[in-house]
Design a protein around this ligand. Sequence first.
Ligand code: NAP
Length: 276
Amino acid sequence: MSDRYAVVGNPIAHSLSPHIHCAFAEQTGEDLLYSKLLAPLDAFAECARTFFTEGGCGLNITLPFKLEALDLADQLTDRAAAAGAVNTLLCQEDGRLLGDNTDGAGLVADLCRNLGWGIRDKRVLLIGAGGAARGALLPLLAEQPAHLHLANRTAIKAEQLADDFSRYGDLSGGGLQGLRSRFDLVINATAASLDNTLPTLPEQLFTAGGKAYDMVYAAGPTPFVHWARTQGVPASDGLGMLVGQAAESFYLWRGVYPQVAPVLTQLRRELGKKKN
Ligand code: NAP
């Protein structure tokens, strides 16, 4: 019988994860089944436990259950503990659940490998202070940027987060209003693009050669991607991060690292078709 995996969330119908993992399985010859699980908002733990009791091998966890998945895990990877959230669960041989967070690694892989935008010695601005920003901090700092500044609409949250992670690198935090420096890489980790809005940002934000990245992805340019491109700044959405985090989960589960580029190209093509 094939090994079983799934993505659990609420809502879940929109999830591209089954498509991505089936493509990885086909590409690597791994024998697995991957499905979507809609968990009731008040019954994530029950739903996940039933999946594993019935022989499931691993789960991806999406909104709004990443914090509950942290509580469910018996053991955490360092990056999941630092992120304070779990997006991947692995049922180990002894039945204990290992919780991981692959979002930040997926982001860094997309920036450095797919896009070829180095982080080392760069001045990086991370906008947002929610779960996605928190998960990205450790992997970003591991790339040794010259400086990482965290800016959030609610300034105190960015200041607190910068404080929490200050031992890992050169990090500062503040509000969106006080932004005066220029940055080589600006990453939008807010949910603003989901509402078709843009965080309030100054125009003079990019160095010459600066780049912009939105964690949100869409069939067309997100508001943030559009805003950056109108200033002549190369910009990418977060589809590659989605495929990258999936590749990291696949590696944790199967011990095989799939090729991201062909799956990303195929997904981009399909999203484009939906738009037209
Ligand atoms: P979250 O925990 O709810 O945090 C939301 C963040 O967005 C907060 O910092 C919030 O600021 C800010 N925000 C929301 N609307 C804003 C606006 N109009 N202007 C300025 N700031 C605004 O969400 P999350 O889990 O961090 O996720 C953030 C985004 O990342 C989501 O859109 C999600 O889809 C995306 N994401 C993508 C991937 C991927 O694989 N591509 C993976 C993970 C997450 P306040 O603190 O002031 O409220």
